[in-house]
Design a binder for this molecule. Structure first.
Ligand code: MCA
Ligand code: AMP
Length: 506
């Protein structure tokens, strides 16, 4: 038994049809995908990977990168995908913390990663965007037959790093049952079948692109047009072949920004799904006015995968994230005391479900802080549940910016800025952004007499932090607003600097 491999990979062995379609039209059949995953799984075992070991990947999205995920599951390993934007400094932490046996990187990063890998005793393979590299070369000589490692529902299948309000990254541990139960709920809730062709333009190093999109489509035996990234022209060109699409709100505002995106282009589409960041009600309405489709918004987090969804058949209510999925219990509580609040009140959203993760890698105290005694996870999102059961996310108790679907914890950016010469202190906030929904904005107080420059601050952050975390604007001020307790008033800063970017377009 190996729950994820049995459900997602084994059925591929009997599929002669094209399962994955590249933008250039070339395809990979189920049998091919199955065999390739077997070869890579054999290679991982030969490299010393045993059940429970970690396999880390920082590689450009490709079918081969996806195959590595399947191989890792078959070998009983914990797949550890890493954002391609992470810098060497960030990677050093992840590899040191997760201690993978094997890591895979782009050939262009081999020099940098090579020394980090060596220092951590990691075997390094390369994988380029076109699928070439030492991973593919070494796997070519391996047998395609592979006996899946024995795994149980509670065994871990993946670790995904998420940051936190203290600026310290934590590895969220997800089990076979966490991932499979969610793929089952979602494919049923969203009526995915083998007839579906998903336009897949999300990255596969996060829960959205990997566990929501890929797992659901593999589970139902569907197909995916596998795009390297969200490129407007390619998406418009490929949409006529798709039945469904999953995206972050930026995908939908970018599509709406192009007048070729009309009723004609989407007439055959069955479903557009949005998540990872709030979809403005205006975007939902503008989308419907343009092409008659009501985007289905859902809500989740890395630690839980998906928890709520608007209904497929019932009313998809703009501005809400729908109702708890089957087997998900959701409640609203007082953020400080944990006391459950009456229906309709605003408070912190808490969830308990089979899809809720097993904790943070080697951080039992941090894990305990996130749970109530009765097993509910404190999401850190502020929400309300209306009399019909629809959940509306109204804010965040956690100090977090979500930019184009990527999470940025201000603390992480503030630590880097505060460390710079001539900086007394800084505060990082999210400002509304027309393309990314929110953008990172830094407000910096120079030391007396220091000659600081906002552009230089932006530049010097680039080799420390992934690009999406780097501020899109830096303001220099004499002091930060504080309350009587001495705490920086970020709401005041948001009011002062929110209007910096052009208004959101819908
Ligand atoms: C790229 N840049 C960004 C972002 N993406 N800056 C801020 N926020 C971003 N999200 C930087 C680039 O490095 C570049 O910097 C500049 O902004 C312009 O990039 P552009 O070419 O416009 O960006 P892009 O390559 O087209 O990417 C935008 C994107 C992408 C398509 C929206 O960010 C994306 O695919 N986001 C999806 C994220 C996602 O999958 N999240 C799911 C997390 P420069 O100009 O300096 O070079 S999972 C999750 O949240 C939970 C589980 C859930 O509920 O799903
Ligand atoms: P991540 O850590 O990347 O998994 O991000 C999880 C967070 O994204 C959640 O805690 C929410 O704050 C946010 N999120 C995800 N989906 C939605 C949504 N549909 N609306 C509002 N916020 C969302």
């Amino acid at each position: 038994m190996n729950p994820l491999a049995d459900a997602l990979v084994q059925p591929l062995a009997g599929r002669e049809d094209a399962v994955l379609i590249r933008p250039n039209g070339s395809t990979v059949t189920g049998v091919e995908l199955h065999n390739r995953s077997g070869k890579i799984a054999n290679l991982l075992v030969e490299a010393g990977v045993k059940p429970g070991h970690r396999v880390a990947m920082q590689a450009t999205k490709s079918i081969e990168a996806l195959t590595l995920y399947l191989a890792s599951i078959r070998a009983g390993a914990l797949f550890l995908p890493l954002n391609t934007a992470y810098t060497a400094a960030e990677l050093e932490y992840f590899l040191g913390d997760a201690e993978p046996i094997v890591a895979i990187c782009d050939p262009k990063d081999q020099a940098v990663l090579g020394s980090i890998a060596q220092a951590n005793g990691v075997t390094l393979f390369t994988l380029a965007a076109d699928g070439s590299g030492s991973l593919t070369d070494s796997a070519a000589g391996q047998a395609a037959d592979f006996k899946n490692a024995e795994r149980g529902p509670d065994d871990l299948a993946a670790i995904l790093y998420t940051s936190g309000t203290t600026g310290c990254s934590k590895g969220a541990m997800l089990s076979h049952d966490n991932l499979l139960s969610n793929a089952e709920s979602l494919s049923e809730a969203w009526r995915f079948t083998e007839k579906d062709m998903l336009l897949h333009a999300l990255p596969i190093f996060h829960a959205h692109g990997l566990f929501v999109a890929v797992n659901v489509l593999l589970r139902v035996g569907g197909k995916m047009i596998f795009m390297p990234r969200f490129d407007l022209e390619s998406v418009l060109a490929r949409l006529p072949k798709a039945t469904s699409m999953m995206g972050v709100p930026t995908f939908y505002t970018r599509l709406l920004g192009d007048e070729r995106f009309d009723r004609h282009l989407t007439a055959h589409m069955r479903l557009f799904i949005s998540g990872s960041a709030p979809l403005l009600a205006e975007t939902h309405h503008a989308f419907e006015a343009r092409n008659g489709h009501r985007i289905l918004e859902r809500y989740g987090m890395t630690e839980t995968t998906m928890s709520t969804s608007n209904p497929y058949d019932g009313e998809r209510r703009a501005g809400t994230v729908g109702m708890p999925l089957p087997r998900v219990e959701a409640r609203i509580a007082n953020a400080e005391t944990g006391e459950a609040l009456p229906q309709g009140d605003v408070g912190v959203l808490e969830v308990r479900a089979p899809n809720v993760f097993k904790g943070y890698w080697r951080m039992p105290e941090k894990t305990a802080e996130e749970f109530r005694e009765d097993g509910f996870l404190i999401t850190g999102d502020i929400a309300r549940i209306d009399e019909d059961g629809y959940v509306t996310i109204v804010g965040r108790a956690k100090d977090l910016v979500i930019s184009g679907g990527y999470n940025v914890y201000p603390k992480e950016v503030e630590i880097e800025i505060d460390d710079m010469d001539g900086v007394l202190e800084s505060a990082v906030i999210g400002g509304p952004h027309p393309d990314f929904g929110e953008a990172v904005v830094a407000v910096v107080v120079p030391e007396a007499g220091a000659d600081l420059d906002g552009e230089a601050i932006k530049l010097s952050l680039q080799d420390k932090l992934a690009k999406f975390k780097c501020p899109k604007a830096v303001f220099l001020v004499e002091e930060l607003p504080r309350n009587t307790m001495g705490k920086v008033q970020k709401n005041v800063l948001r009011d002062d600097y929110a209007a910096h970017f052009a208004p959101a377009k819908t």
